[in-house]
Every structure is written in structure tokens, then in C-alpha cells.
Design a protein around this ligand. Structure first.
Ligand code: GLN
Length: 496
């Protein structure tokens, strides 16, 4: 019974709770037990306040017993990336500089989940301040991939994807600035959605690059992501960039499984550097859409060739500004070696920021500085406009969704790319354009590759679908149609 509870979807958990077949406390306990036995090798969680989580679950059961569940999600466990604020809980962003920081307030997504009765629990590992693609930049732990623990889970929301893949939680929230929800979801064989920029409030998300950051769901099915999106979306007075467009019935859209009329295949996403196993699995998915009667159209997004340099200029520029608040005076740990005010700033940041964060703050300060601003930041913004325009044209010409890989290769080995930042940055090739253009995009499993070395382990391959601005409903429908016809959905990884 207990093992069973850790493999079911959010939708199924919701059904069982409504039918009285299980309780929120039993559901949470089953997941906590699985974490206790399995997370020593995965290290998805940085912290879990069990007493708080059990109190939330018990409150949910009491509401249900009184006949007053708050929503279909009442009693369903949801774990959070460690950059999303929960009042009274530590918010470290996997950084030593925030090691002792306790959030005084709830992020809007947390308040919304809470109002829906979801049982919020656990702090999930991530790359420090969400800077990375492998989770290896965490100051506290190296999360592994539940399909092959010698490999990375992806990043930066590596803990979110790994915990869902491992059956430690039916769903989690992550954040995506340049692929950080989708790429780990792809590497861990789960579904991850980055919503349209502004669809979900960023209030209470520790900012990395504010013009790119979005919070989104990670779960084992498309419908589950839709259920979560419906709860966390909407206009928020605390975030001026949040959109007031009505929140749609995303879960209904996922259940309707309406196929797109035209699926675009961008030539630039199938070029050099793409692993043959990934290419075959992704093109097989395109063939499946064709066989259902969708038109497969070859398109070009010429400017995406410049997306990586543009992204790493814009993201680091914004990061250098956003991270200036961690000054050794407010929020943060303070160096004990500091002797005066300026020293507090320099020594605290020097001691408690990790190397990747320092590199990016330095890079961002440089590209924003007088004399270099136009040459770097200004030009990157122009490239961003052109990328946005490439996508706009494709959608204006009738393409409904754009199909591509999520990452050029399946999950790589721990340590494989840590000394080669360029190759690490290049692995973001297919994901960052959706952030630069503000578009919704999701990752879903489309097959497995064999891990080399005759280990017999299987590595998930992720398929990316990108939609029109605010086109989450048709995007989820297109993904759910594919998912329903393929056996990859909802699998829990073997933790090998
Ligand atoms: N890998 C990218 C980076 O390091 C994206 C990270 C993210 O989306 N937060 O910036």
C-alpha cells in the first residue's frame, strides 16, 4: 500500500483522497518513508521539516473529514526548490551566503498552493542561485540522477526533477531562467513546464535574472503539471510583470488531448552536436504527430544560433544586480574576518559565494560597466528582440507548437563538465530561447538511451514542445496526446 502511494500521479492521489481510500497523512508518510530509505543516494532534499509537513497533512484530513476540502489538490504533497520562499523555513538557494536565512513570508505560489490545501514540504537541492545545468553548483550536496546515480540529474532544478522521478513526491515546483525546469525534467524522465513569462508570479522567488525567471511545475504526467499550473497562475499585485489574462482550465485541456494542426521542426535544433539517440527519439515523436494527421513543417529560427552568448550576457548582467543585495549586512552570513563596513561586503561575498556565482557576478558587472554596456548588454538585447521575432513569425505563419530536443545528450556523468564551462553552457542550447522570447515550453519523456559501459541502465530522453505566448492550454493538450500513446509517462525511476 505504502509503496503504491509513491508511484501514483497527482490526479490519482486526488481521486483516492476524495474517495476516502487514503489520507493526506498516509500519503505524506509514504513519501517521507521512501525519502528516508532512498534519498541517501539521490540527495534531492536539503531539508525537510517533518513536523510542519505532518501538521499541514493533518489539517487537510480534518478539512476533508468536515466535508470542506479546499480543492482537488487538498492533501497532495508538493515539494519546493530551495529558492521559493515559505514563511518560517530556511531559504538557502543552495548557497552558503543564505545558509541561515529563514524566510519571513510565503511566495505567492506557496500562498496559492496553501489556499488549495496542497501539503507543502521539503527544500529541494539546486545549483547555487539557480546558476547551472547539473546541480553540481550547490554548496551543500550533489544530487544524482535516479535512473543512474553516477550521473547528474540536470539543473538547476535538479532536486525538483530527481525527487519526482524517484517517487519522493508526486510533484514539485522549480524555476526556469534558461531551462532549469525543462532540462532536469528531460534528464530524469518526468514532465516539466516553464510557463509564459508573467503567467506565474515571481513574488517570493529569489531572483536570478528577473526578465527570464519563471516558476513552474514538475510532475510525472502532463495532466499533473496542468493541475498545478492552474493553481499557481494568475495576476499578483506583488509582481508587476505578472499577467492579468484569465487562468484557463489547463487540466481540462490536458485531458482533452487536442492535437496541434501544424508542428514546426526548426532546422537549427537538429544540427551539429546532437546525440544520435536523442535525435532519433525526438524525430520519432515528430513522426508520431505526422501519423496522427498533423502537418510537420520544417522551419528556421535563424537567430537562435546567437542565443547562448545573448543569454549569458543578459542573465549575468541581471544576476550581478540582483545578487548585490547579499551584502553581509541584510539576510546573509557575515564574515567574521571583516574589520570595517567595506570589508564586511567584500569578505562576506568572497567567503560565502561559490565560484560559479562569483564568475557570473564579475561577468555581469563587466558587461554593464561604462564603455562596455552598448557593446555587450545592448547588443544582447538586440539579439533577444530578433529571437523573439523569429518565433513570432513561425507562429504567425501557422505553426502551433515547435518540437525539438531538450538537451543535446542524455544526462552526463557527475564531474564530466565541471572543468569545461563552455561545454556546460552549450548544453543549454535548446532551452534558453524560450526564456529570451518569454514563451511557454515543456519537457516530456520520449524514450530512453542506453547508458554506455554495459551497465544496463537506461537514460531518459526529453522532448521539448514550445507554444505561443499564453498558449499553455494547447501546449499541454498536444503533450498529453503524445503521452497517452507512449509508455514513458508516470514512471518512477529505479534509483540505481
Ligand atoms: N543553465 C542555465 C544557467 O546556468 C539556466 C539556469 C536556469 O534556468 N536557472 O544559467
Amino acid at each position: 500500500m505504502s509503496a503504491d502511494l509513491t508511484t501514483i500521479s497527482v490526479a490519482e492521489a486526488s481521486r483516492r483522497l476524495a474517495a476516502g481510500e487514503t489520507s493526506a497523512v498516509a500519503l505524506l508518510r509514504a513519501h517521507l518513508d521512501k525519502i528516508a530509505s532512498g534519498d541517501a543516494s539521490i540527495r534531492a532534499f536539503l531539508a525537510i521539516d517533518e513536523a510542519d509537513a505532518l501538521a499541514r497533512a493533518a489539517a487537510s484530513d480534518a478539512r476533508r473529514a468536515a466535508g470542506r476540502p479546499l480543492s482537488a489538490l487538498d492533501g497532495v504533497p508538493v515539494a519546493l526548490k530551495d529558492n521559493i520562499a515559505v514563511r518560517g523555513q530556511r531559504l538557502s538557494c543552495a548557497s552558503k551566503i543564505l545558509e541561515n536565512f529563514v524566510s519571513p513570508y510565503d511566495a505567492t505560489v506557496v500562498a496559492k498552493l496553501d489556499a488549495a490545501g496542497a501539503v507543502i514540504f521539503g527544500r529541494l537541492n539546486m545549483d547555487e542561485f539557480a546558476m547551472g545545468s547539473s546541480c553540481e553548483n550547490s554548496a551543500f550536496a550533489k544530487t544524482t540522477n535516479p535512473w543512474d546515480t553516477s550521473r547528474i540529474p540536470g539543473g538547476s532544478s535538479g532536486g525538483s526533477a530527481a525527487s519526482v522521478a524517484a517517487g519522493f513526491t508526486p510533484a514539485a515546483l522549480g524555476s526556469d531562467t534558461g531551462g532549469s525546469i525543462r532540462q532536469p525534467a528531460g534528464h530524469c524522465g518526468v514532465v516539466g513546464l516553464k510557463p509564459t513569462y508573467g503567467r506565474v508570479s515571481r513574488y517570493g522567488l529569489a531572483a536570478y535574472a528577473s526578465s527570464l525567471d519563471q516558476i513552474g511545475p514538475v510532475a510525472r504526467t502532463v495532466e499533473d503539471c496542468a493541475l498545478l499550473l492552474e493553481v499557481i497562475s494568475g495576476r499578483d499585485a506583488h509582481d508587476g510583470t505578472s499577467l492579468s489574462n484569465p487562468v484557463e482550465a489547463y487540466a481540462d485541456a490536458a485531458r482533452a488531448k487536442v492535437l496541434p494542426k501544424v508542428v514546426g521542426l526548426p532546422a537549427e535544433y537538429f544540427a551539429e552536436g546532437l546525440d544520435p539517440a536523442v535525435r532519433d527519439a525526438v524525430l520519432a515523436a515528430a513522426d508520431w504527430y505526422r501519423a496522427q494527421g498533423c502537418e510537420i513543417r520544417h522551419i528556421s529560427l535563424p537567430t537562435v544560433a546567437h542565443a547562448i552568448p545573448a543569454y549569458y550576457i543578459i542573465a549575468t548582467a541581471e544576476a550581478s544586480s540582483n545578487l548585490s543585495r547579499y551584502d553581509g549586512i541584510r539576510y546573509t552570513r557575515r564574515s567574521e574576518r571583516a574589520t570595517d563596513a567595506v570589508d564586511v561586503f567584500a569578505k562576506s561575498r568572497g567567503e560565502f559565494f561559490g565560484p560559479e556565482v562569483k564568475k557570473r557576478v564579475i561577468l555581469g558587472s563587466f558587461t554593464l560597466s561604462a564603455g562596455f554596456y552598448d557593446a555587450y548588454y545592448g547588443r544582447a538585447q538586440k539579439v533577444r528582440t530578433l529571437i523573439r521575432e523569429d518565433f513570432r513569425k513561425a507562429f504567425a505563419d501557422g505553426v502551433d507548437v515547435i518540437l525539438s530536443p531538450i538537451a543535446p545528450t542524455p544526462a552526463f556523468k557527475l564531474g564530466e563538465k565541471t572543468s569545461d564551462p563552455l561545454s556546460m553552457y552549450l548544453s543549454d542550447l535548446y532551452t534558453i530561447s524560450a526564456n529570451l522570447a518569454g514563451l511557454p515550453a515543456l519537457s516530456l519523456p520520449c524514450g530512453f538511451a542506453d547508458a554506455n559501459g554495459g551497465s544496463g541502465k537506461k537514460l531518459p530522453i526529453g522532448l521539448q514542445l514550445t507554444g505561443r505566448p499564453l498558449g499553455e492550454a494547447p501546449l499541454l493538450a498536444a503533450a498529453a496526446a503524445y503521452e497517452a500513446a507512449h509508455p514513458y509517462a508516470g514512471q518512477v525511476a529505479p534509483l540505481v
